[in-house]
Structure formats: structure tokens, C-alpha cells
Ligand binder design. Sequence first.
Ligand code: GUN
Length: 291
Amino acid sequence: MAELINGKVFAAHLRAQLKDYVKQLQRQHQMVPGLAVVLVGDDAASQIYVRNKHRQALECGLRPATHSLPSTTTQGELLDVVTQLNANPTINGILVQLPLPRHIDSMAVLNAIDPDKDVDGFHPINVGRLTLGAPRLIPCTPLGCLLLLHHHLDNLSGLEAVVLGRSNIVGKPMAQLLLAEHCTVTIAHSRTRNLPAVCRRADIVVTAVGQPGLVQADWIKPGATVLDVGINRVTEGDQTRLVGDVDFAAVAEVAGAITPVPGGVGPMTIACLLRNTVTATCWQQGWPIPE
Ligand code: GUN
């Protein structure tokens, strides 16, 4: 039976460490890092995520500011908000919640965020830094996965890693992080031929596809580490529950270690956002970057 990777406990530990560090910054420098979170429209899931980001930032001792804009906001208006936040010295981190309404070009908005305040790590400069092996602000979910992997594996060097999904938010940056750890990395996706055979090569599997129950027990090499980034709502009768991309019960019989959904990778994302806010502040001020 696989070891359970408890992201909820790990994330709580990370937040406690950050809270101490933020207190220390306040004592030494009389400043509190500010995090701006911008939400456009009324997507129900995004509203919950943004509320949680705001609440957890506050609990960590940061100064969060949520900007909720109507779904009719134009691209120009949103770009004006971003420009104002870039120029605001009390704001150290900026996050624009995705997805944006269809009439707004997300790429144009992400490109407008000051790369030094880009706590999502989505700006092309930060993507480039990661790709060149000199990362500064790293996308939160892949960073959370990497911290969990480091906690559970002594050394990633030379391991076979398979990332399922090629999104800019998870799949691509995850692959870059694993490559930087000297893994042999495969990015698999919807056009990949013989996905089960590709997966069976892996010592590490990271799935970010959004397909409940996709990864089966016979896709997994015995002893492999499986990180499930999928968050899928499935309805059974009148009950809705969250499941990942992995057939958890069956895969847990084969894997060496596995993240559950919920309580695995999910809680790490916001903890890493808070960590990135502190990291961004320290870069901006020339202070030591916390471990
Ligand atoms: N929507 C889903 N995940 C994310 C994320 O990590 N950052 C932002 N900004 N939006 C998201």
C-alpha cells in the first residue's frame, strides 16, 4: 500500500514558516508584503479560490487586497488596474485569476504584470528564467509538487518523470522543474500514443489533465511516486465530490507514494502563492530569499 503524501499537513507547515518570516520582516523593516488579487466576472470556482487566497494571505500576516471587477470590464480597464498595481509601492505581488472572460486576451494581461511582482510566474520573463535554469518566481502548483517530491524522495537525479498535460499553468513548468532536477522528462498529452506504456516507464508521474479516473493501476510502475493535480467534480446521485485524474484506490495498491484528492497537491498551491509573495518582496528589496 502506497505512502500517503499529505499536502494539507505540509502546506500548513509551510504557512507557519512563512508567518514567522513575515513577522521577522515586519520587525526588521517595518513593512508587510502586499498581495493584490484581481478577479474579473462571477465564475463560482474562481470566487472560491480568490476568497481562499485572500483569507490565507491574511492569516499568514500578509496584506491582501482583492479587486473584484464585473464581467463587463474591458481589456483596457483591466490593463489600467494592472498598471496602477505595478506602480503601487505597497503592492509586492499581483495575481490575476484565470480564466478571464472570453473578450479579454489573457496573454496581453499577463504580459502587462511587472515580472518582479508576478507571483503566479506566468509572465514570459519568468517563464524564460525558469526555462534557462535561473528561476525567480515559479508557478505555484508545480512549485508545490516539487516541494512534495523533495520531501518524499532523497534525490530526483536520473529518475524517469512523466507529466500528463501540457498547460502553461502546470504541465510545461512542471516539466522544466523536473528537468532542472536532472530527471528524464516526458510530457504526455491527449495526442500521445500508448499513454499507459509511456506512464509505466515513470518513477514519478504528475497528472494535470482534468479527467477523473484516467490513470489506472496497470499504468503505474510498482513503487512509483504519483502526484495528482486534477480537481474534478463528479456527481453521483445527489452527491458531488472532488476526485483527481487518478483511480486512487487501485493506484494506491501499486504506487510507492501518492497524493489524495482533496488534501494532496491542492493545498500546496495557495501556500506557494504566499511563499512567492514573500520571495517577490525579498527580491524587490534586496533581502535574503527564504529557503
Ligand atoms: N486559475 C487556476 N489556477 C490558477 C493559478 O494558479 N493562478 C491563476 N492566476 N489563476 C488560476
